[in-house]
Design a protein around this ligand. Structure first.
Ligand code: NAI
Length: 333
């Protein structure tokens, strides 16, 4: 039997390694390090299956090119689908599958890492000690024990973060408008968004990006939060109105900001820009604050998650080619 040709975009060396290790003779993988967009879509000529990642541009224009070239399946190697025009895919007869959860533990643990690193000022302490400076001035932290933590989105990752914070002795509040039962059953207080914003010392976002959650943290919602609040976003950049967050940092209202995602990350993250002049002034301003910690969309990045992504993606492709029911098919909600 002829193998299925798969054009794999945004394929970094680590993606290539895990996919190659797990693939069998039923697929022939062609890796492209570049992102999928209307310009690069032409590379997938006569290729039935295209695989893409979080920051690929899978707009109607890209999809039209792919459809014309014979693509029938987009196998996303991520959970989030906000980068895909699902209506256009539907119209063009292109099926979209994703990896709904690779390792919620990886993201939850990274979230906690950001929180603790910010509170205990670990990046600054690391540099100081290496410089022979053992002064503690400016390194004062706070106990998580006894604090109130608010989790926006009580799904897989949000619940894991909630459990970990409860183990620290935090009172955990959850805002979950769609499926609050698991949070209630686990004994968490399910509250309104305004109540969470008003009571929490630490706020962590774990909801998807969609019309309802775009800029869910904005100037108005920030006004409801406590002075000195710690804000953490490991979900999607556009959940925060970054300009409003900058203003709140400058006004000394936000005490700590930890982000693994950024509204305009598409032109920055996953690439080495260390010798470039970065043109994004908002991002650059963020990096000047001593109480801001940014990581470049690495929350998911563990061995276990990469293994799971490769396995699920190959299984999704296999099922599609075999005409089986697709358990990870992305449908328009
Ligand atoms: P999930 O689908 O299990 O949970 C999301 C929860 O958010 C659901 O319970 C849903 O009902 C809730 N929700 C929906 N609309 C909401 C709203 N308006 N307000 C509050 N909650 C709302 O998803 P999971 O696996 O927990 O992932 C959460 C987010 O983490 C994903 O949407 C994705 O953007 C992000 N993520 C980030 C990664 C990273 O490397 N930084 C890796 C994987 C996921």
């Amino acid at each position: 039997m002829k193998p299925t040709h798969v054009a794999v975009f945004s394929a970094k060396p680590y993606d290539q390694a895990y996919l190659t290790e797990m693939a069998d003779e039923r697929v022939s993988l062609c890796f492209y390090e570049m992102a999928l967009n209307p310009m690069t879509a032409a590379l997938a000529k006569d290729v039935e299956v295209v695989s893409a990642f979080v920051n690929d541009d899978i707009s109607a224009e890209t999809l039209k090119m792919l459809a014309e070239n014979g693509t029938r399946l987009i196998a996303l190697r991520c959970a989030g689908v906000n980068q895909v025009d699902l209506t256009a895919a539907n119209k063009l007869g292109i099926t979209v599958v994703n990896v709904p959860a690779y390792s919620p533990y990886a993201v939850a643990e990274h979230t906690i890492a950001l929180m603790l690193a910010l509170s205990r000022k670990i990046p600054r302490a690391y540099n100081r000690v290496r410089d022979g400076n053992f002064s503690l001035d400016g390194l004062l932290g706070f106990d998580f024990f006894g604090k109130t933590a608010g989790i926006i989105g009580g799904g897989k990752i949000g619940m894991l973060v909630a459990e970990r914070l409860r183990a620290f002795g935090c009172q955990v509040l959850i805002y979950e408008p769609h499926n609050a039962e698991p949070a209630k059953q686990a004994g968490f207080d399910v509250v309104t968004l305004d109540s969470l914003l008003g009571q929490s010392n630490i706020i962590s976002l774990h909801c998807p990006l969609n019309d309802a959650t775009h800029h869910i943290i904005n100037a108005a919602s920030l006004r409801l939060t406590k002075p000195g609040v710690m804000l953490i976003n490991t979900s999607r950049g556009a959940l925060l109105d970054t300009v409003a967050v900058l203003d709140a940092l400058k006004a000394l209202h936000i005490g700590y900001l930890g982000i693994d995602v950024y509204e305009q990350e598409g032109s920055l993250f996953f690439e080495d820009h260390s010798t470039d002049i970065i043109q994004d002034d908002i991002f650059q301003r963020l990096l000047t604050f001593p109480n801001v910690l940014v990581t470049g969309h690495q929350a998911y990045f563990t061995r276990e998650a990469l293994q799971h992504i490769a396995q699920t993606t190959l299984q999704n492709i296999d099922d599609f080619m075999a005409g089986k029911a697709l358990k990870n098919r992305v449908v328009i909600r």
